[in-house]
Design a protein around this ligand. Structure first.
Ligand code: ACM
Length: 270
């Protein structure tokens, strides 16, 4: 599978401009699956929830989904993209999987970061794995990296490739994803944006350095911090299927969930 990312700098609020830029760039890609950043077409730093709702799109009537669908059909490829999703009076920080037949699946970010909690509704769709050509893929969004339960749940469902649209402002994620890929023996594409959203409430700067990691925590490729980058790696998704970390240690089979039931309970025991 030809698996890649497109790192760029969306202009805040310029959805049509950003869409044109992405489609033009992906026209040049020789890939089966490309991962784009979080909130890939609107930008990130909304003034308030109303501004976000006004820029968001309902995937059922979205020029952005239509453009990605047309691109995927023409090139026989798939795209995972961060997506500012409107559903009636709700707005989600979502990720969409789009392919030659259109929208395949929408994931809504489960773990909102910082002030996102004042803007977005909480994700409410179960983690799910989808088949893309010869790979099983799972989606998560940015700060979900800090909750290892997300990657683990996707891997327990058979995910071979974690697609991870991001708008990272801290510097911990890239290193942490090496560990997610080591402890789960899975591939991951973390696509980050770069540049800054300078808005009435201040400026938020994003850190680039998108990356592709192989099972075992092997860094296959890392992008520069503040530049456009379109990169594709040839991978064999089935390399993620053996979970043996030593001849006698199976990372999934050796789990002892009866000893960590707290992981699925609500709240924190004091
Ligand atoms: C983030 O979740 N955008 C840091």
């Amino acid at each position: 599978m030809k698996l890649g990312y497109y790192q760029y700098r969306p202009l805040f609020g310029k959805v049509a401009h950003n869409r044109k830029k992405v489609v033009a760039a992906l026209q040049q890609a020789d890939a089966d699956l490309i991962v784009l950043p979080e909130l890939a077409f609107t930008g990130y730093y909304f003034q308030d929830r109303e501004e976000c709702l006004a820029l968001a799109e309902d995937p059922d009537s979205s020029e952005t989904i239509d453009a990605l669908h047309a691109l995927c059909k023409e090139k026989d490829m798939y795209v995972v993209s961060g997506f500012t999703e409107r559903k009636k009076d709700k707005v989600f920080n979502s990720s969409v999987l789009v392919g030659p037949n259109g929208l395949v699946h929408t994931y809504r970010k489960l773990h909102l970061f910082n002030e996102e909690k004042n803007i977005f509704d909480d994700g409410d769709i179960a983690l799910q794995v989808n088949t893309v050509k010869d790979a099983k893929i799972g989606m998560m969004v940015c700060f979900d990296w800090a909750f290892p339960e997300v990657t683990r749940s996707l891997v327990l469902q058979g995910a071979e490739v974690i697609c991870h649209p991001s708008n990272l402002v801290l510097t911990f994620c890239q290193q942490a994803m090496l560990t997610r890929c080591l402890e789960n023996r899975v591939f991951a594409v973390t696509t980050n944006r770069y540049g800054a959203d300078t808005r009435p409430r201040g400026s938020v700067k994003f850190t680039g350095k998108s990356q592709i990691v192989a099972p075992g925590g092997v860094l296959l490729n890392s992008a520069p911090g503040q530049r456009d980058a379109l990169h594709v790696e040839n991978i064999r998704p089935s390399d993620a299927n053996s979970k043996m970390i030593t001849p006698l240690n199976d990372l999934l089979g050796d789990r002892r969930p009866e000893w960590y039931q707290e992981l699925t309970a609500q709240g924190v025991k004091k």
